[in-house]
Design a protein around this ligand. Structure first.
Ligand code: NDP
Length: 261
């Protein structure tokens, strides 16, 4: 993993209409990156584009559902036609789902896996030919603390983020000879629209929220990690505590977490 400058780099950010993706697009623009941003909400992307261009940045928007192959192709084609290539792919688009496994249907699992895992995997596959020719190329996968330790009542989400961890770990070694780095970002509770946009949001357990960090904080840490050539970060202190506790005493943690089941 190498140090890099983002000045003049060409970057895609999926899920840029709100939350972490939105903050990350602004932070990358501040660092001098030229952007392709994407999401389904056109009005939000238009606002973001205005904010970036008002500060002299360069941005193109692609409106669409990242689970659709045509949207993914349009995103990559836009980077190619607007900037002549691609250096950074940020796979950020994601969603949650809450409630017990036994009370959900197969659709909830499929939708979460489609958005959080299959779309991320196929976006990556599609971007690889351009990344191979990029400058200091980098893939940034937004995973979660819950990709390291799963919680009850959000099984589909945890499973999708464990899948992202596995994909990223394998890909990092496969891509090493090609000079393409992989950074995994594992946020914890972050103040975004994630919790209200999740499927079956009314089932969300009463987790402590007072430790939540801002999307801007996660974005700042992510850009620093990109520049420093880090392989994985967890911008959430309590997440680190939970993951360590899980390594040391997983049964104890199971017993504690049972209160949220
Ligand atoms: P938000 O709900 O604020 O943002 C999610 C973004 O993903 C939006 O821009 C949304 O855009 C986009 N998105 C969702 N589904 C699709 C889709 N099918 N097609 C295209 N875009 C889509 O949540 P966050 O910013 O919190 O989430 C960003 C990432 O961070 C996710 O991967 C999430 O799992 C991860 N994360 C978040 C945590 C948190 O506590 N907030 C904790 C750990 C990880 P639109 O609706 O316009 O399509």
């Amino acid at each position: 993993m190498s140090r890099r400058t983002l000045q003049n780099s060409r970057a895609i950010v999926t899920g840029a209409s709100s939350g972490i993706g939105h903050a990350l697009a602004l932070e990358l623009a501040r660092a001098g990156a030229r952007l392709v941003v994407s999401a389904r909400r056109a009005d939000r992307l238009a606002h973001l584009a205005q904010a970036i261009t008002a500060h002299g940045g360069e941005v193109r928007s692609v409106v669409g559902d990242v689970t659709e192959p045509a949207t993914r192709e349009q995103i990559v084609d836009t980077a190619h036609s607007a900037y002549g290539g691609l250096d950074v792919l940020v796979n950020n688009a994601g969603m949650g789902a809450f409630g017990r496994f036994e009370q959900a249907d197969a659709q909830r699992l499929r939708r979460v896996m489609e958005v959080n895992f299959f779309a991320l995997a196929e976006m990556t596959r599609l971007a690889l030919p351009l990344l191979k020719q990029g400058n200091q190329p980098l893939i940034v996968n937004i995973s979660s603390v819950l990709g390291h330790r799963a919680l009850p009542q959000c099984l589909e989400y945890c499973a999708s983020k464990f899948a992202v961890q596995g994909l990223s770990e394998s890909l990092r070694v496969e891509l090493r000879p090609l000079g393409i780095d992989v950074l995994v970002v594992c946020p914890g509770t972050t103040q975004t629209e994630f919790f209200t946009q999740s499927l079956d949001a009314e089932n969300k357990p009463d987790w402590p929220q007072h430790f939540a960090v801002t999307a801007e904080y996660v974005a700042r840490k992510t850009v620093q990690a990109m520049q420093a050539g880090r392989r994985e970060i967890m911008p959430f202190a309590w997440g680190k505590v939970m993951v360590w506790l899980n390594r040391l005493a997983p049964s104890l943690l199971d017993r504690y977490l049972a209160r949220y089941a």
